[in-house]
Design a protein around this ligand. Structure first.
Ligand SMILES: *Cc1c(COP(=O)(O)O)cnc(C)c1O
Length: 466
């Protein structure tokens, strides 16, 4: 099959895909009975599939295409770099201009006191780096017994063994063997799903204080770090109550443990600030980055490391025996650099904060009036709708969890919209460049999908609480 053959009919593409391609996060049997959707091109906030359908991508790919599709200047920057130096490694005391420039550009954007970057290829491997780095940090300071990392249930930190172990997705942790030891979890600040009758802020404090209790139970002298996403993404866009992060920050300030903020989604503008940590005023020692760093144009991720950690490792750590063949890959760095230039020069983050996110917020929150929606929540360009058969009690559906979410997702796709389902909630993370006119179009499509889902649930007698 030649590249030029991608005009082949959808059915043929589907048959080849079914025969040879194993998809991530997919039930292969189910997919192959149905046939995959084939995306062939994209421009701005729109995808085009092999049947010629135009689809508004309210997920920015997988939370990553922050500057939108079709940015020629990124393609050109990558081409220039590929022609000059397509690859060289950063092991063995070597470097190259794009990785140097990108490290400086990221440090310039990062919060004060965070000036060093370790590069990898993805969010998952960056979190593996973090796991090894924080334990090595404490060992270098003569405290090798500080090894335990505290994560949170229903958090997502990636798919490698280390990242799954740090993460808190029960189904993921159950598959493929035992997760790494010396990693503990506390509950998430998910008020809608787990808060019951408790006031949201009281609930936020309660969940934050689980960190304090966990540290005491294990012993501070055994704990290396706490890891958390400022806003959980894959877990369902869980926006914590306002009380949560200040209380976590208070606890961290009193304890001698490191804090890893997983900024893979929040980073590079999604909240309307450059980082979720800035949005919440929290002060991490390490930030995981990927996705929005290159807007997904090429794979790159990494860890932004605070001066405190970097200096200790420089002074006491010796060789950090860790790295990837493609750490700081020149072409990926060129893509990321141009992506950051676009975000800055076009003031995309500022426009999200001052104009488009408030505009989206007004319309998104109104969806809470829809008979199928129990809660609408949003920060910046990052939101969720909880679907429910009974708004007052925030009840779950009697149908298996996720049935209604998938039904709604299908109605979205069929009508030219990508929203993702997490269980029975619908989540969004549109490109940061989405315009007000495109937001209007998006909301109209979302309402249509909700209406169709609601009508089908009523017709089939499924508006029933568990
Ligand atoms: C996507 C994601 C990761 C994993 O990144 P990959 O590039 O898919 O390995 C890690 N953390 C968070 C918060 C993510 O959303």
């Amino acid at each position: 099959m030649l590249l030029s053959d991608t005009n082949m009919p959808t059915a043929e593409l589907q048959a080849l895909d079914a025969a040879h391609h194993l998809h991530p996060f997919t039930d292969t049997g189910e997919l192959n009975r149905k046939g995959t959707r084939v995306i062939t091109s994209a421009e701005g906030v729109y995808l085009f599939d092999s049947d010629g359908n135009k689809i508004l991508d309210a997920m920015a790919g997988l939370w990553c295409v922050n500057v939108g599709y079709g940015r020629k200047s990124i393609t050109e920057a990558v081409t220039r770099q590929m022609e000059r130096l397509p690859y060289y490694n950063t092991f063995f005391q070597t470097s190259h201009p794009p990785v140097i420039a990108l490290a400086k550009a990221v440090a310039d954007l990062a919060p004060e006191g965070m000036n060093r970057v370790f590069f990898g290829n993805s969010g998952s491997d960056a979190n593996d780096t973090n796991l090894r780095m924080v334990r090595h940090y404490w060992a270098s300071l003569g405290k090798p017994e500080k090894r335990v990392i505290i994560g949170r249930n229903n958090s997502y930190h990636g798919s490698t063994v280390g990242a799954v172990s740090l993460g808190g997705m029960a189904a993921m942790r159950a598959q493929g063997g035992t997760p790494l030891s010396e990693i503990e979890h506390i509950d998430q600040p998910y008020w809608y799903g787990e808060g019951g009758d408790t006031d949201p802020n009281a609930f936020g404090l309660e969940r934050a204080r689980q960190l304090e209790a966990k540290i005491d139970a294990i012993g501070e002298d055994r704990i290396a770090a706490f890891i958390a996403e400022p806003i959980q993404g894959a877990g369902g866009v869980i926006i914590p109550p306002d009380s949560y992060w200040p209380e976590i920050q208070r606890i961290l300030a009193e304890r001698d443990i490191l804090f890893i903020a997983d900024e893979v989604i929040c980073g590079f503008g999604r909240t309307g600030e450059w980082f979720g940590s800035t949005y919440y005023g929290i002060r991490p020692d390490i930030m995981t980055i990927a996705k929005g760093l290159s807007s997904g144009y090429l794979p790159i991720g990494g860890s932004i490391v605070s001066d405190k950690v970097a200096q200790a490792l420089e002074d006491h750590g010796g060789e950090f025996i860790h790295g990837y063949t493609y750490s700081g890959h020149p072409a990926c760095c060129a893509a990321a650099l141009e992506n950051l230039r676009i975000l800055s020069d076009e003031n995309i983050v500022g426009r999200v904060k001052d104009e488009t996110a408030p505009y989206l917020r007004d319309q998104w929150l109104k969806l809470a009036d829809h008979p199928l929606v129990g809660e609408a929540r949003i920060v910046g360009m990052f939101g969720a709708l909880e679907l429910t058969p009974d708004k007052a009690s925030r009840a779950r559906f009697a149908a298996d969890g996720g049935t209604v979410g998938l039904m709604c997702r299908e109605f979205c796709f069929a009508n030219g919209l990508v929203m993702r389902a997490v269980g029975d909630s619908m989540i969004i993370s549109p490109p940061l460049v989405i315009t007000k006119a495109e937001i209007d179009e998006f909301i109209a499509l979302a309402v249509k999908a909700l209406d169709l889902t609601h009508a089908k649930l009523k017709a089939e007698g499924m508006m029933v609480a568990a």
